[in-house]
Design a protein. Structure first.
Length: 236
């Protein structure tokens, strides 16, 4: 479960495997390496392979065998860490989401307590995070719309990001004129919209360079702080 964690027609080859029995591994050290350490290394290899498959071939084309082949592991080792393929792919997405949210909070913590420089630092960091690995870009831009399980995960990730937005608004603004419900709705609107904008840009549907994209998003975020008093007046 995610904490602070063009388009296939459907999902196939990734249902639950009900007839497999998890492989039991020896608890004894092998080659001087404890069993739990070996198991952790195999899980890490499967996670990396899962990202590779998801970010190159896509959810619909992923299989347990293709993941294990990329991890250079026997299929039997898959089930010591994951009950099925969906569990692995969701874990991969959750890990990437957790990295992104940790990056956002860390960059915001280091940035000045002023809206423009903080927004610029955070937006620059997240755009660079997404573009640093083409596999991440594909997952966000193409796989989230294609896989039903990822659509549900998208909702949960947006909830977390909207909470970060609201927290930043409370910290940076001397006074937030909106009530908690209206602030939450504003955060949800902004984060959802930016998710779609970044996805479209990564797909190439929005033609602009990285610097202008960052400048635009920063300007939009700053505008939302100016909208708050206007919304408050309209809502009265």
């Amino acid at each position: 479960m995610f904490t602070i964690t063009r388009f296939a027609a459907g999902v196939k080859g990734c249902g639950r495997i009900d007839v497999m029995t998890p492989h039991r591994t020896s608890l004894r050290p092998y080659g001087g390496v404890p069993a739990e350490q070996r198991r952790a290394a195999r899980r890490a290899a499967l996670m990396e392979a899962g990202l590779d498959v998801l970010g190159t071939r896509g959810w619909a084309a992923a299989t347990v065998r293709s993941v294990c082949a990329r991890a250079r592991l026997n299929d039997r080792y898959f089930y010591e860490s994951f009950p099925d393929l969906d569990a692995l792919l969701l874990a991969v997405v959750d890990d990437q989401a957790a990295q992104a949210t940790a990056l956002i909070t860390a960059v915001a913590r280091r940035a000045p307590r002023r809206p423009r420089p903080r927004a610029t630092a955070v937006v620059s960091a997240i755009v660079d995070f997404l573009t640093a690995d083409p596999r991440r870009a594909r997952v966000l831009a193409c796989e989230f719309p294609a896989a039903p399980l990822l659509q549900e995960r998208r909702r949960k990730i947006i909830e977390v990001l909207a909470g970060i937005y609201a927290d930043q608004a409370r910290e940076l603004l001397d006074e937030v004129p909106l009530g908690e419900t209206d602030l939450a709705m504003t955060a949800l609107t902004v984060v959802s919209g930016l998710w779609e904008l970044l996805s479209a840009w990564l797909r190439g549907d929005v033609e602009t360079d990285r610097d202008h994209l960052v400048e635009y998003v920063v300007a939009l975020l700053l505008t939302t702080t100016e909208l708050a008093p206007a919304l408050d007046r309209r809502l009265r």
